[in-house]
Design a protein around this ligand. Structure first.
Ligand SMILES: [Fe+2]
Length: 215
């Protein structure tokens, strides 16, 4: 497997290239805001780009879709509430080719930050979009959304502890993490026992950050 985190401009956005040398195919996740940076990375691999995948429908994650998908040869994969050509089911796996040894991607519904948020698992890597950042979690607007995010984070934390976390933005102290590290260090993940504690932290995050010297 080829796995590459790409600094794609904007608000410290990360795109991801995931490729498979057996099928000679690859996908790009959230190739935005600057799709050309991502295209160069695809060219370097020599692999055929077959899918664009969106972790959710915020503009800084979908702005590059048309650059790749205009002629419909490259298909867009999203949550059913998104704009995709292929709408993926929860916990569904897709293979990059018919070869049984080619790479599988697994999709997990993780609503909260948006209703159409998904995470994408490739081997022991989890691309988390804006659901989970290193040391932080995605913003939510309502208590209902926060409760959905709370449940989604509990779902993710059940994955194997060595699973590597790859966020949608470079907002943390490093560009990647693991489930194990987030359980130990992420203040929001530490509050997953009680929703009331989780929502309290969301509502008091600015103050909490200041007090604990978190940037
Ligand atoms: Fe977002």
């Amino acid at each position: 497997m080829i796995f590459k985190q790409i600094k794609s401009g904007g608000d410290r956005n990360f795109a991801y290239l995931i490729g498979c040398q057996i099928s000679n195919k690859c996908v790009l996740i959230d190739p935005s805001p600057d799709p050309q940076i991502c295209e160069i990375e695809v060219e370097k691999t020599g692999l055929e780009l077959v899918y664009i995948i969106n972790t959710h429908s915020h503009i800084d994650h979908i702005a590059g879709n048309d650059y790749f998908c205009k002629d419909k040869k490259i298909k867009l994969i999203t949550h059913p509430k998104g704009n995709g050509d292929l709408k993926i089911e929860d916990s569904k796996e897709i293979s990059l080719s018919k070869d049984k040894n080619s790479l599988n991607l697994m999709f997990l519904y993780t609503p909260g930050h948006t209703g159409d948020s998904i995470c994408i698992k490739a081997e022991n890597n989890l691309v988390t979009g804006d659901t989970l950042f290193v040391g932080k979690v995605g913003g939510t607007y309502t208590e209902e959304d926060a409760r959905e995010e709370f449940n989604s984070l509990i779902k993710i934390m059940k994955l194997p502890s060595k699973t590597i976390i790859w966020p949608g933005h470079n907002y943390g102290t490093s560009s990647q993490s693991t489930i194990e590290t987030e359980i130990k260090t992420n203040p929001f993940i530490k509050k997953l026992n009680e929703f009331e504690d989780f929502i309290w932290l969301k509502n008091n995050w600015a103050e909490f950050k200041l007090k604990n010297n978190i940037k």
